[in-house]
Design a protein around this ligand. Structure first.
Ligand SMILES: [Zn+2]
Ligand SMILES: [Zn+2]
Length: 384
């Protein structure tokens, strides 16, 4: 989960306090399905981890994809016999090949027949293949292709919940995760120059949108529009796979925080059942590594691979030219502990109790669904 603690300061809130819960409009449960134009869109940069120079794009069964490249228009539709295209980088252009057609343009845009969101499958050949629901733009950037999917926020929330949770996670824990994920999407837009969020742990994991009857989709629909707020502003809610028996604050692990500074809270489940890990790392790789230093841990993970050092809670023993780390927990340890939330839900807690345990002094509020356009030029840093 992301480490940046960028709390966005909003300009246009219209909350009506109702007891401890602040509501902008009544909670409503709704279908996550496509085409709900009342929900704000988010722009997600996808599959960038692979630095792709080629994509394949395919229409899902029963849908038509309308591709625009320069002045050219290409339709991909299974019933027409042409349902896929290849997109390659060529200098500063994209080259789109579909059946016998080859089109060169500065960028490619993809949508449904009414310029609306549509189901499609995007793949980096021989590496990864994902389904999306939204509109798509592909353009060259710094020697590889950048693919940006614009999707409604609720689809993004459901996709994050699906990517972040285990299949057996109880519904109330999924709902807590959905509120945390949505808060993050609302509070920290514009984390990248070209789009709002990437699809890796730098921002939030995001994979295929889940099927409508899945736990992730149900939890998202049941918490539609709900975010965590502190002092009436949404927080970029951080969460962690498991903690070390107590969650951490950003300050404890050397990170700065904005308006919400978090609290270290006891996590009964992880105290009783800590996830223990051990690693050996070459001494020269571990020079800057210290327990409780999240930035140094992430530096090592970037260099040596994800999970090279699973958490920032460990003891170090030097063993000749190696250091031996023994630690507990997975992730930065800040905010909601996913293992602890799952245990709380299994013991009967609802999502509000889970959230108030891991994010003390926050409230659950309904966020106005149409905030698009007000967030993209806010006073937060844009990351490369
Ligand atoms: Zn990112
Ligand atoms: Zn925990």
């Amino acid at each position: 989960m992301a480490v940046a603690l960028l709390l966005f300061v909003m300009g246009s809130l219209s909350f009506v306090p109702v007891g401890s819960i602040v509501l902008a409009r009544s909670d409503r449960v709704a279908d996550l399905s496509a085409g709900d134009s009342s929900v704000a869109d988010v722009q997600i940069g996808v599959l960038g981890l692979f630095h792709p120079r080629e994509f394949t794009l395919r229409a899902s069964a029963g849908t038509a994809l309308i591709l625009h490249a320069g002045e050219e228009r290409i339709v991909l539709e299974k019933s027409s016999g042409v349902d896929s295209a290849t997109i390659q980088i060529s200098d500063h252009d994209v080259v789109v090949t579909s059946a016998a057609r080859v089109v060169r343009a500065s960028k490619l845009t993809v949508s449904g027949r009414k310029s609306d969101p549509v189901d499609f499958v995007l793949a980096v050949p021989e590496k990864i293949r994902r389904r999306y629901h939204g509109t798509l733009e592909i353009r060259p950037l710094a020697g590889s292709l950048t693919a940006i999917v614009t999707m409604d926020r609720e689809t993004a929330v459901a996709s994050v919940v699906a990517a972040e949770s285990m299949p057996e996670t109880p519904l109330e824990a999924l709902k807590a995760q959905a509120v945390a994920a949505r808060s993050y999407l609302v509070a920290s837009r514009g984390r990248h120059r070209e789009f709002d969020f990437c699809d890796t742990t730098h921002c939030q994991f995001l994979r295929n949108p889940p099927p409508p009857n899945s736990g992730a989709a149900t939890a998202t629909a049941a918490t539609r529009g709900l975010v965590l707020a502190y002092n009436l502003l949404p927080i970029a809610a951080m969460y962690t796979r498991s903690c070390s028996g107590n969650t951490r604050t950003p300050a404890e692990v050397g990170l700065s925080s904005a308006a919400y500074s978090y609290f270290s809270v006891e996590c009964e489940h992880c105290r009783a059942h800590p996830v223990r890990w051990s690693r050996r790392i070459a001494t020269h790789d571990a020079v800057a590594l210290h327990s409780s230093d999240e930035s140094a841990r992430l530096d090592i993970d970037r260099r040596l691979g994800w999970n090279a050092v699973p958490s920032n809670s460990f003891v170090v023993r030097t063993d000749r030219d190696q250091v031996f780390l023994e630690g507990t927990g997975e992730g930065h340890g800040i905010g909601l502990c996913q293992s602890g939330a799952q245990a709380m839900a299994e013991a009967g807690a609802d999502f509000r109790q889970i959230l108030s345990h891991y994010y003390p002094n926050t409230t659950v509020v309904t966020w106005p669904e149409r905030d698009s356009g007000q967030l993209s030029s806010g006073p937060f840093a844009r990351l490369p």
